[in-house]
Design a protein around this ligand. Structure first.
Ligand SMILES: Cc1cc2nc3c(=O)[nH]c(=O)nc-3n(C[C@H](O)[C@H](O)[C@H](O)COP(=O)(O)OP(=O)(O)OC[C@H]3O[C@@H](n4cnc5c(N)ncnc54)[C@H](O)[C@@H]3O)c2cc1C
Ligand code: FES
Length: 221
């Protein structure tokens, strides 16, 4: 059930260049892997969308790449600080798959630990731009890790049900190779629940509000 709650930060842990923000879950449900929450960043007017990375009992954890003012404000929170969360939002991954393979690039690794847990720790292929960024692979069991110039698309075995999250060029390449893959897309989001149309993107000639029709879409859709 969708809820908005002010919650407390339990811990803030560095993972390579990223930050794992662990929050006391309160009455919030974690949702389905691939769903996201809007996190209110201190000092910023608009909340920022973040995928659920881990959902241990009593907690929700988000892996955050500090690329701008909102994400930097979230990464500078400290244990005991309060922030508002709204979620779970959007459509997550479909979990009825026979031979799952998780594929992640960069901060696209964020929803994969929770997804891996839900699917019984299937194999994963993760790509990063440096060994430092690749420290995030420790969050995903059974992962084969590649660092640029090797790309995850160089490593995709045939005959798997691919579930992927990563930068747009990676997702485009994955769907060329595996047309039935489930792909988690990104767009800047202001509301997160369908009201502002700020996240509308054209996919296969159709405008989709990613926050309600995604973020996970079937590549062949
Ligand atoms: C459903 C969803 C889940 C996400 N999950 C995570 C997550 O788990 N961890 C994480 O670190 N990030 C995640 N993101 C991306 C994150 O929300 C953005 O990086 C963040 O909102 C940027 O805010 P900012 O104020 O730090 O930077 P801004 O100043 O807002 O943006 C910095 C730069 O990034 C671009 N940008 C901002 N947001 C996006 C976006 N969503 N897609 C593409 N370009 C963008 C801006 O145009 C600008 O060039 C997710 C995004 C979506 C839509
Ligand atoms: S973020 Fe407002 S409609 Fe999608």
């Amino acid at each position: 059930m969708l809820r908005r709650e002010p919650r407390s930060v339990v811990a803030v842990e560095p993972v390579g260049p990223y930050t794992l923000l662990r929050i006391d879950r309160g009455g919030l449900e974690a949702g389905i892997p691939g769903q996201f929450f809007m996190l209110e960043a201190p000092g910023r007017l608009l909340p920022r969308p973040m995928s659920v990375c881990l959902a241990p009992p009593g907690e929700l954890a988000f892996l955050i790449d500090p690329i701008g003012p909102g994400t930097r404000a979230l990464c500078s929170l400290e244990a005991g600080d309060r922030l508002g969360l709204l979620g779970p939002l959007g459509n997550g991954f479909r979990l009825e798959v026979e031979r799952p393979l998780l594929v992640g690039g960069g901060i696209g690794v964020a929803p994969l630990p929770y997804l891996s847990d839900a699917l019984g720790e299937p194999p994963a292929v993760l790509g990063f731009r440096s060994d430092w960024h690749a420290e995030a692979a420790a969050l995903v069991p059974n992962a084969e890790v590649v660092v640029e110039p090797t790309l995850v698309t160089d490593m995709l075995p045939a005959g798997r049900d691919v579930l992927a999250c990563g930068p747009e060029p990676m997702l485009e390449a994955v769907r060329r190779l595996t047309p039935h893959a489930q792909l988690a897309w990104e767009a800047p989001m202001a509301c997160g629940y369908g009201a502002c149309y700020g996240c509308a993107v054209e996919i296969d000639g159709e405008l989709k509000r990613l926050c309600v029709e995604g973020p996970v879409l079937h590549a062949a859709a």
